[in-house]
Design a binder for this molecule. Structure first.
Ligand SMILES: C[S@@+](CC[C@H](N)C(=O)[O-])C[C@H]1O[C@@H](n2cnc3c(N)ncnc32)[C@H](O)[C@@H]1O
Length: 208
């Protein structure tokens, strides 16, 4: 098997992809390119691309193993509305899509399960980049566990937070109000939150 086909399987994606897809169908613009931040294995990218055509999907991840995996999953399905994965670290400026934009303009950004598994500066970088890149009325979609008013919303999330901090003290379940404030600094207004299975939230912002 060639290196570009080393697929990673993340079992959680099979559990959360349908509930997430329902929200994406309701919230994403119908046209343009969706920039996915932190695509990980690429399983979400392949699943959502198939269901959301004619939207174009641009997967990204800073981890080369993840980009190999995304290519591997793509190889199996050969969809024509998904672009090759880009090396994108949200903390870098500019993002590669700013220097070489996709042919179809970016109308939304999707970021699933990243801001709690990265230092806070990744949330800051994500919001800054979304503020720079999204057009007026563009959508930023986030998915993951959140604290609300400083409190965990379920014992499972509290235990998850402890395990994250054991792996890296800079990681951790974020406070929703802090994320909303960071978005606001970059011209992004909260549209709504949607409660998701397993004590997760979809959080949808619009660029003003
Ligand atoms: C838990 S995985 C989530 C992957 C996928 N979105 C999912 O839900 O299965 C977290 C991902 O965030 C990526 N990541 C971590 N720090 C990042 C950063 N600064 N910029 C962009 N991606 C980052 C990692 O490479 C990893 O693929």
């Amino acid at each position: 098997m060639s290196k570009v086909r080393e697929k990673i399987s993340a079992p959680a994606t099979a559990r959360n992809r349908d509930p997430i897809l329902e929200v994406l169908k309701a919230e994403l613009p119908r046209r343009g390119t969706v920039l996915e931040i932190a695509s990980g294995s690429g399983e979400h990218a392949i699943y959502f691309t198939g269901a959301l055509a004619p939207l174009i999907w641009q997967p990204t991840d800073p981890d080369p193993a993840c980009r190999n995996s995304i290519q591997g999953w793509w190889w199996d399905v050969q969809l024509n509305n998904i672009l090759p994965p880009l090396d994108l670290n949200v903390c870098d400026e500019p993002w590669p899509v700013e220097t070489t934009p996709p042919i179809e303009p970016i109308t939304s950004i999707v970021c699933i399960n990243m801001i709690h598994i990265a230092p806070w500066k990744a949330c800051e970088g994500l919001m800054k980049g979304a503020g720079r890149i999204l057009p007026r009325n563009g959508i930023l979609y986030l998915y993951g566990p959140y604290k609300q008013k400083g409190e965990h919303t379920a014992p499972g999330n509290e235990a998850f937070n402890r395990s994250l901090k054991e792996r890296n003290p800079e990681w951790g379940v974020r406070n929703l109000e802090d994320v909303i404030a960071e978005a606001g600094k970059n011209g992004l207004t909260l549209v709504r939150t949607v409660e998701m299975p397993a004590n997760n939230l979809s959080v949808i912002f619009r660029k003003s």
